[in-house]
Design a protein around this ligand. Structure first.
Ligand code: UGA
Length: 446
């Protein structure tokens, strides 16, 4: 077993998961962040990220002495007294002007560590960065004795620990075989297929994967719309599609659009990169446009279901929203399709009240609170609503007492934009059900 001394810069989803999981694999890890309050809390075992299993791994790492925390990259290196063998960059790369990834966080870490990195240490880029960034990082660093390696992450929010410890593959891109192998060996215990390649290809793999997932989702949302027009049922269609092993069952659930901190940013960034080399990536452009259109399509659906007319007015219509995180299992609101739909409904004049199991009313971030009155109790959120919208696929919505909800709404109509609910259950409770790509069903009366 190869034990390495590793510094991880950044204690967000990716950094903290990387640090805690590498410590659980036996490596000695220091995880650094610029936020001293966050680091103090981590030292006490307090974690403000909602990730199953992460808190336990952090505590386990701290107890075993294999995981410690530092404020800033230079402090992390000091704590390992010049013996750091691998330094991971796990800092944010947000979407900057015109869809280009903003690399200022990567640049400032490089400035901080340039003169203190021990010779032979490998710098690893884990954040999703434009093709060519490993080379740019190496140029910025300006140290011939420090190789820069690209090792993109494939962690989904809500299952980061599971994804890290059970990867489909490990991708390591470097100019030298030796540097690539020094990174690959960190994961040896996981026994995953490992692709060793050059850094530009490794960076491209990450974008190609996320853009493919986005394309699959836009495709299935378009198929769902077509099913509606043709009277087919998308649930059966996707089941039939997914049995084809070349397609697979994953990422075939239609929804109000895809969002989150990654797919929207990465699709725009790759489009921008394609533009910069005069490549008209029509398929990717259509993938993004289909997604934007999906938000409007959801509003049209609400309009038709509530008013019975394509151009009916939603002004002052009271609508309840169940779920507004970008997907279930997270408290993240970044680029949430639910909020995009809510914003359009507000523009159309609707009054929105909302509930999300992961967002408390008193600490609700302003981007949601500005659009909707937020309630901790779903039964309060639906009071007097003319329609209930399911926008995030939280499983607990299936087991709400739908008969009780039917008693407090003004009109028992549920528009299930995740095809989440059991239609028979809600129909028997007195609700009419409208979904995506499936025939609507009526309340059971009498
Ligand atoms: C995504 C990728 O799935 C990860 O592999 C990748 O590592 C990560 O980005 C990243 O680049 O860091 P994540 O942003 O956590 O992970 O979210 P996803 O699980 O991909 O979901 C994205 C959106 O698609 C959500 O809005 C979700 O509700 C939607 N979705 C997903 C559907 O509408 N239907 C599906 O069947 C699956």
């Amino acid at each position: 077993m190869f034990v390495r001394r590793v510094a991880v810069i950044g204690a967000g989803y990716v950094g903290l998961t990387t640090a805690a999981c590498l410590a659980s694999l036996g490596h000695n890890v220091v995880c650094a962040d610029l936020d001293p309050v966050k680091i103090e809390r981590l030292r006490r075992g307090e974690i403000d990220i909602m990730e199953p299993g992460l808190a336990d791994l952090v505590v386990e790492g701290a107890t075993s002495g294999r995981l410690e925390f530092a404020v800033g990259a230079a402090d992390a290196l000091r704590r390992q007294a010049g013996s750091t063998q691998v330094l991971f960059l796990c800092v944010p790369t947000p979407m900057g002007v015109g869809g280009v990834a903003d690399l200022s966080a990567v640049e400032s870490v490089i400035d901080e560590v340039r003169d203190v990195l021990p010779s032979g240490c490998v710098v690893v880029n884990k954040s999703t960065v434009p093709v060519g960034t490993a080379q740019r990082t190496a140029d910025l660093l300006g140290r011939e004795d420090i190789p820069v390696v690209s090792n993109p992450e494939f962690l989904s929010e809500g299952s980061c620990v599971r994804d890290f410890l059970n990867p489909d593959r490990i991708i390591v891109g470097a100019q030298s075989q030796d540097a690539a192998e020094r990174v690959a060996v960190l994961y040896a215990r996981l026994g995953a297929p490992t692709v060793l390649t050059d850094s530009a290809s490794a960076e491209m793999i990450k974008y190609a994967a996320n853009c493919f997932l986005a394309m699959k989702l836009s495709y299935v949302n378009a198929v769902a719309e077509l099913c509606e027009r043709l009277g087919a049922d998308v649930a059966d269609v996707t089941e039939g599609l997914g049995h084809d092993r070349r397609i697979g069952q994953a990422f075939l659930a239609p929804g109000p659009g895809w969002g989150g901190s990654c797919l929207p940013k990465d699709t725009h960034a790759l489009l921008q990169v394609a533009d910069s080399v005069d490549f008209e990536f029509r398929l990717l452009r259509a993938t993004i446009e289909t997604n934007v259109r999906q938000h409007q399509r959801m509003v049209d659906k609400v309009r038709l279901a509530v008013t019975g007319k394509r151009n009916g007015s939603l002004s002052r219509v009271r609508i309840a929203v169940l779920g507004f995180t970008f997907k279930a299992g997270t408290d993240d609101l970044r680029d949430s399709p639910a909020l995009a739909v809510a914003a359009l409904l507000r523009q159309a004049g609707a009054d929105l009240s909302a509930h999300d199991p992961a967002i408390a009313a008193d600490t609700c971030p302003p981007q949601a609170a500005a659009l909707m009155s937020v309630h901790d109790d779903p039964y309060v959120a639906v009071k007097d609503a003319e329609a209930v919208l399911v926008l995030t696929e939280w499983p607990q919505f299936r087991t709400l007492d739908w008969a009780q909800l039917a008693g407090s709404v003004r009109r028992p109509l549920v528009i299930d934009m995740r095809n989440l609910l059991d239609r028979d259950v809600v129909n028997r409770a007195g609700f009419s059900w409208v979904g995506l790509g499936r025939p609507p069903t009526d309340a059971v009366t009498g």
